[in-house]
Design a binder for this molecule. Sequence first.
Ligand code: HEC
Length: 132
Amino acid sequence: MRRKLMIVIAVLGLVVAACGGGGGATETTAAGGAAAAPTQGDPTRGQELFASSCSSCHGADAKGIEGLGKNLVDSDFVAGLSDPDLVAFIKKGRPSSDPANTTGIDMPPKGGNPSLSDQDLFDIVAYIRTLR
Ligand code: HEC
């Protein structure tokens, strides 16, 4: 009898832990994911943002402008990065002082447009992905 009671209590404990813990974790993931980390972009929106923020150096077709910005369509660098990594790169840019810089010209953080949000950058990346 006593043993049965212990088992019931143990099972109840597990159920409470599973519900409480599970529910909490799901909420955190959903809220955090939506607010802080977009993972998908809208290429149509991205095209407009690219035209206003990136095409002055990279060209309307993203194929680069000599002396201003590189070809992003044929770039192995672009092709080799995941979307989140490419967004992280664009946020940071690549100054001419960076040893990884290939042209001696600055790629400014966010292309020099600090108002671009993470979602904007994911949209731009989604657009760039359509060009290859
Ligand atoms: C003021 C000019 C300028 C603007 C505006 C600009 N870029 Fe750049 N970008 C550059 C230059 C110059 C490089 C090459 C840096 C180097 O020499 O490595 C570059 C490099 C890059 C690269 C790396 C390409 C490779 O193959 O290494 C990516 C990706 C990129 N830019 C994306 C963007 C995006 C997206 C935007 C718009 C948000 C943008 N850039 C706006 C000048 C610009």
